[in-house]
Design a protein around this ligand. Structure first.
Ligand code: NAD
Ligand code: LMR
Length: 335
C-alpha cells in the first residue's frame, strides 16, 4: 500500500469513535510510518460541523503522513477511489437497547453505502463495519456491492477479542503479549462465544493453567459464569458505567483490525467477522466472527479446529442469531 497515498473513507467521522480514530490513522498507527493517507469523512448533514471541526484539528496537528482531508455528506463522493472504508456511522445503542432494535434503524444506511462502494471504490477496497449491528450491516453493504469480492467486507470483533485478552491477562496475571490463540466466534453481540480452549499463556494451554490455579470445577465455572458473560456483555457494561458506548477501545480495535488485515499477523491468531464460505458449519454468506490469521492482505479462517460439545453449542447459538438477523433484514427488503 505504500507509494501514493491510501484513500480511507470514514463514515460517521463526526461521531465519538470517528474522533478517536482520525488522529491515530493520520499519525500512522494503522498503516505504518511509510504510508501517507488521504482521508474522506462522510457524515449526515447534522454531523458535518463536527467532522469539519475534526478536519481543522487534523490540519493543526500537522501530521507528516496526512495528504488531505475531504468532508462530505455525499456517499458517492466519499467512497470514490476508496482503498479502505471504515463504516462507523450508525446509531449507537443506548441503555437497555439490544442490537436487534437497531436493525431497522441502521439497515437503511448500509445499502446506499454498499452501492456507493460498488460504484466508485478502488479495485482493492477493503471494508470494516464498526456500526452496529456490525455483522448484519456488513452483510447489507456487501449485498449492495455485487462487483466487489465478498471477502472484502468484514465486521469488527477485534474489540471482543481484545476484551477477552484483557480479562485473561488479569485472571492469569500475565501480560496480554504472552497470551495467544484466543478466539471470538459468531456475532458481535451478547451471544458471541469467546473461546479459550486453544489459548496459550507463556506457551502453556490456558485451560490447563486455569485448572491448576483454580481447580477444574472452579475453572469451568469461572469460564462459563464469569469470563464468557463478562466479555460478551462488556459493551453493555461500558454503556452502564460511562453512560455511552465504548469509544477509544473501539477505535483502537479498528486500527488493530485494519493493520493486521493489511500487514498480516505473522501466523498469530486474532478474530474478525468475515464472510463464511461454510467453515465450521456456518451458513455460507453470513458475516461471522472466526479465529483468523492475516496474510497476503487476506484474512484466513484458522482451519482444522474441533470445537467440543460446549463450544459447538455456543457457536451454533450465535450463528442462529446471525441467521435471524439476516432473515429480519431480508424481510425488510434490505438484502
Ligand atoms: P456517535 O453517535 O458518536 O457517532 C455516530 C456518527 O455517525 C454521528 O456523527 C452520526 O451523525 C453519523 N451518522 C449517522 N448516520 C450516518 C450515515 N448514514 N452516514 C454517515 N454518518 C452517519 O456513535 P459512536 O460512539 O461513534 O458509535 C458508532 C457506532 O459504532 C455505533 O453503532 C456503535 O454501536 C458502534 N460500535 C461498535 C463497536 C464494535 O466493536 N463493533 C464498538 C463500539 C461501538
Ligand atoms: C461495544 O461492544 O462496546 C459496542 O458494540 C457497543 C454496544 O452496543 O455494545
Amino acid at each position: 500500500m505504500s507509494g501514493s497515498p491510501v484513500t480511507i473513507t470514514i463514515t460517521g467521522a463526526g461521531g465519538q469513535i470517528g474522533y478517536a480514530l482520525l488522529f491515530r490513522i493520520a499519525s500512522g498507527a494503522m498503516l505504518g510510518p511509510d504510508t501517507s493517507v488521504r482521508l474522506k469523512l462522510l457524515e449526515i448533514p447534522q454531523g458535518l460541523g463536527a467532522a469539519e471541526g475534526a478536519a481543522l484539528e487534523l490540519q493543526d496537528a500537522a501530521f507528516p503522513l496526512l495528504d488531505s482531508v475531504d468532508v462530505t455528506d455525499d456517499a458517492g463522493r466519499a467512497f470514490d477511489g476508496a482503498n479502505l472504508g471504515l463504516l462507523v456511522g450508525a446509531r449507537p445503542r443506548g441503555p437497555g437497547m439490544e442490537r436487534a432494535d437497531l436493525l431497522e434503524a441502521n439497515g437503511g444506511i448500509f445499502g446506499p453505502q454498499g452501492a456507493a462502494i460498488n460504484a466508485g471504490a478502488a479495485d482493492d477496497v477493503r471494508i470494516v463495519v464498526v456500526g452496529n449491528p456490525a455483522n448484519t450491516n456488513a452483510l447489507i453493504a456487501a449485498a449492495h456491492a455485487p462487483d466487489v469480492p465478498r471477502d472484502r467486507f468484514t465486521a469488527l470483533t477485534r474489540l471482543d477479542h481484545n476484551r477477552a485478552l484483557g480479562q485473561l491477562s488479569e485472571a492469569l496475571d500475565a501480560p496480554v503479549g504472552e497470551i495467544s490463540r484466543v478466539a471470538i466466534w459468531g456475532n458481535h453481540s451478547a451471544t458471541q462465544f469467546p473461546d479459550v480452549s486453544h489459548a496459550t499463556v507463556r506457551g502453556r494451554p490456558v485451560p490447563e493453567v486455569l485448572d491448576e490455579e483454580m481447580g477444574p470445577d472452579a475453572a469451568r465455572t469461572w469460564l462459563s459464569d464469569v469470563f464468557i458473560p463478562r466479555v460478551a456483555q462488556r459493551g453493555a457494561e461500558i454503556i452502564r458505567v460511562r453512560g455511552s458506548s465504548s469509544v477509544a477501545s473501539a477505535a483502537s480495535a479498528t486500527i488493530d483490525h485494519v493493520r493486521d488485515w493489511v500487514h498480516g499477523t505473522d501466523g498469530a491468531w486474532t478474530s474478525a467477522a468475515v464472510v463464511s464460505t461454510g467453515e465450521y458449519g456456518v451458513p455460507e454468506g453470513l458475516i461471522c466472527s472466526y479465529p483468523v490469521t492475516g496474510a497476503d492482505g487476506t484474512w484466513h479462517v484458522v482451519p482444522g479446529l474441533e470445537p467440543d460439545a460446549f463450544a459447538a453449542q455456543r457457536i451454533a447459538a450465535s450463528v442462529e442469531e446471525l441467521v435471524a438477523e439476516r432473515d429480519a433484514v431480508r424481510a425488510l427488503g434490505l438484502l
